[in-house]
Design a protein around this ligand. Structure first.
Ligand code: LMR
Length: 426
């Protein structure tokens, strides 16, 4: 029965994490999986999340374990969309958006992929994924739109050259060259809204403007992965800038929003998919209330259909925490403080690692560590060097040399820098 299953390689962030847990060395360091850690190396339930949990518990709402609608918690969804698009209570722009609650960012990426590959017309030929990217983008798009009789993805996966290893930055010229010469009408372009995972290298404002223009001219469908709003810079507006610009430019696109990192709600799976359309949900015509084809209402109905057939609805517990925080001015302010705390600790650790490497005179240019942003950096080690630092120094990172900066702290940063120095020299 089960003799014909494919061989599935272990998922890297989770298998590196498991290998770290099994290591008994007292000075081991985990720079693998992307989770926030305190300066003592411990998980950190945000203070504001603990406050919200208390508030929710004290309300003794007997309905709090009831089913949500298939779409999810409507108040949470409105607040989530407002956070992304910076809407105020008077805006009509909200009508351009179909939002649905998802099983965090992965679920939003998955649902969006399924939706676009099944229903967009004319059918997209390709999805363009940055090289490199969060490895799960490949898995998600390999699975998207496949029928039970075929394991071939219905949309071809192609990559664009995102990273310039010479500069440690975004490879703007090669990306534009590739997409403008090869992307076809309705092709999907995966974009990291801020704090690109795994490189930490983001486009500049001007580059974002040109990418939006390219999408417009060539009728491409941008698909933003938004996993770090507020976590990257400590400022939700700055981290949401690219998406807001694409919205103002009148494009139709998707946003996969995650609250794992910016609320520290990793295991609660809180997220949303927002599909931005051009048309308002309904138009008033001379004959009365008429519907345009392809409106947000239709998009939402289709998304709900997909969700109902998968898991009925997203879980409510974590979304209730986010809703409680975002709907209360005091808690919201506290959340911003928590975000600033996390992002400034990460910035501090970037500087500390850079300074240690400079102090050691480690061969190479390490300034990209300071220029890159967010949780991750491509530190610049080869696969062999990554294996060596794990074996000789018990420092764990992904094969690509991606490190999670938040795994660094005052007690281990020197040791990590010495490990890097050692493997770079030998
Ligand atoms: C990571 O990239 O390490 C995190 O985003 C966890 C994950 O889901 O891969």
């Amino acid at each position: 029965l089960f003799s014909n299953l494919p061989t599935i390689p272990p998922d890297e962030p989770f298998s590196v994490n498991a290998a770290y847990q099994e290591d008994t060395h007292p000075k081991k360091v985990n720079l693998g999986i992307g989770v926030y850690r305190t300066s003592e190396g411990n998980p950190w339930p945000l203070r504001v999340v603990e406050d919200a949990e208390k508030t929710i518990y004290e309300m003794k709402d007997h309905g709090r374990h009831e089913y949500l609608s298939i779409q999810g918690d409507q108040v949470f969804l409105r607040l989530a969309a407002d956070l992304v698009f910076n809407f105020d209570s008077t805006t009509k722009d909200r009508e351009r958006i179909a939002s649905i609650q998802t099983v965090s960012g992965t679920g939003a990426n998955r649902l969006g992929a399924e939706f676009l590959s099944r229903y967009i017309h004319p059918r997209p030929q390709n999805v363009w994924i940055p090289d490199p990217t969060w490895a799960n983008h490949h898995t998600i798009w390999q699975l998207a739109g496949t029928s039970s009789s075929s394991s071939t993805p219905s949309i071809k996966i192609k990559t664009y050259p995102y990273y310039d290893s010479n500069t440690g930055g975004f490879n703007y010229n090669q990306t534009m060259k590739k997409l403008s010469s090869e992307a076809k009408e309705n092709d999907i372009i995966i974009l990291h809204a801020c704090a690109h995972n795994p490189t930490g290298a983001d486009p500049s404002i001007e580059q974002w403007e040109n990418i939006a223009q390219l999408c417009k001219e060539r009728h491409l469908i941008p698909f933003f992965d938004l996993a770090y709003q507020g976590f990257a810079s400590g400022d939700v507006d700055k981290d949401g800038w690219a998406i807001r610009h694409f919205f103002q430019a009148g494009l139709e696109f998707c946003v996969a929003q995650s609250f794992s990192k910016n609320f520290g709600l990793y295991g609660q799976r809180v997220g949303a998919l927002h599909v931005v359309t051009k048309a308002p949900s309904a138009t008033i015509t001379s004959t009365g209330h008429d519907k345009d084809p392809g409106t947000t209402e239709d998009v939402l109905a289709t998304l709900c259909h997909l969700v109902r057939g998968e898991y009925s609805m997203a879980p409510r517990g974590g979304a209730e925490i986010v809703r409680t925080v975002l709907s209360n001015d005091g808690l919201r302010q506290k959340w911003v403080e928590d975000l600033r705390m996390m992002s400034s600790r990460i910035l501090g650790m970037r500087r500390a690692l850079f300074e240690e490497l400079v102090r050691l005179g480690t061969p190479g240019d390490w300034t990209h560590i300071l220029r890159q942003i967010g949780m991750f950096t491509y530190v610049g080690l080869s696969e062999n060097q990554v294996a060596a630092i794990r074996e000789r120094h018990h420092v764990y990172m992904l094969r690509s040399g991606r490190i999670s900066i938040s795994g660094l702290n005052e007690s281990n940063v020197r040791r990590v820098a010495m490990g890097i120095d050692d493997v770079v020299r030998t």
